[in-house]
Design a protein around this ligand. Structure first.
Ligand SMILES: NC(=O)c1ccc[n+]([C@@H]2O[C@H](COP(=O)([O-])OP(=O)(O)OC[C@H]3O[C@@H](n4cnc5c(N)ncnc54)[C@H](OP(=O)(O)O)[C@@H]3O)[C@@H](O)[C@H]2O)c1
Length: 254
């Protein structure tokens, strides 16, 4: 439990499962007073995460929206304006490959969905919460990039990889703009985390090849990434600004 998080309101997008769920619960256990969660389809998961947040002693509320569409993003912004106008810690975690598709198969509609979910939402949710952070002179934003941003992505994931490279890029731009006003912005870039994301998009053979390529000899788990995110939110990371921290069991070392 960290006294430094007392009184703080955190918002974690995509917190109904995976890395986001682990991050939301950890922020509550570490002492955040309010941990708001966003989710898309997995209502049951969101309700379970909210129970765990309450059990840790924090207040919570859930916001449902589809961030792969401009109207879904607008809906979440509207809800935040009405119900949670002051967020101190924003974790831009919601994301997905959406669908593996080759160049020939890729439609403009799919392109927009992938970019809207993984990239556009990061920029505009930051725009939504930053004014209150600036007024208080304190805030933290942590974005989720990916190892795909560095190697271009696996089969059919080039646009997902590009969206995550864009996230790493705007993390620097946002950090430069907001650091002088007391808001630290960083990103984390996971390698392969063994969770629902890959259960949906990767075969057991693909996962085994990824495991073999990791010097750690195993894939990552949600809690390991959540612990890094919470570290970046803490005062221990007070001089870390505009960085994308790789967390991948040594999978990619260049
Ligand atoms: N798993 C990995 O190996 C890995 C590696 C690198 C980067 N990442 C990134 O880490 C972040 C978390 O991923 P994860 O591994 O925890 O994935 P996950 O277990 O599949 O969870 C993804 C979360 O994002 C939400 N989400 C998905 N599509 C959405 C949409 N259209 N609108 C709004 N929310 C949506 C999901 O909501 P519902 O479940 O409620 O539908 C869920 O809460 C993502 O940004 C991902 O790209 C993951």
């Amino acid at each position: 439990m960290r006294a430094e998080f007392e009184g703080k309101t955190a918002l974690v997008t995509g917190a109904s499962r995976g890395i986001g769920a682990a991050t939301a619960v950890t922020l509550a256990r570490e002492g955040c007073s309010r941990v708001l969660i966003h989710y898309h389809m997995h209502t049951e998961g969101a309700e379970q995460v909210m129970r765990e947040i309450r059990a840790a002693g924090a207040e919570t509320a859930g916001f449902q929206s589809d961030l792969s569409t401009p109207s879904g993003l607008g809906q979440l912004r509207q809800q935040l304006r009405q119900l949670a106008p002051e967020v101190d810690i924003l974790i831009n975690n919601a994301g997905s490959l959406v669908q593996r598709a080759s160049l020939a198969e890729f439609t403009q509609e799919l392109f927009d969905r992938v970019m809207d979910l993984n990239f556009r939402s990061v920029w505009f949710l930051s725009q939504e919460v930053a004014p209150a952070m600036i007024r208080k002179g304190w805030g933290v934003i942590v974005n989720l990039s990916s190892i795909a941003a560095r190697h271009g992505g696996g089969p059919g994931a080039a646009i997902y990889a590009a969206s995550k490279a864009a996230v790493a890029c705007i993390t620097k731009g946002l950090a430069k703009e907001l650091a002088p006003r007391g808001v630290r912005v960083n990103a984390v870039s996971p390698g392969t985390v063994d969770n629902d994301f890959h259960a949906k998009f990767s075969t057991p053979e693909m996962l085994e090849a990824m495991r073999k390529s990791a010097p750690a000899g195993r894939l990552g788990d949600n809690q390991e990434v959540a612990d890094l995110i919470v570290f970046l939110c803490s005062e221990k990371a007070r001089y870390i600004i505009g960085q994308t921290i790789e967390i991948n069991g040594g999978m990619y070392m260049v």
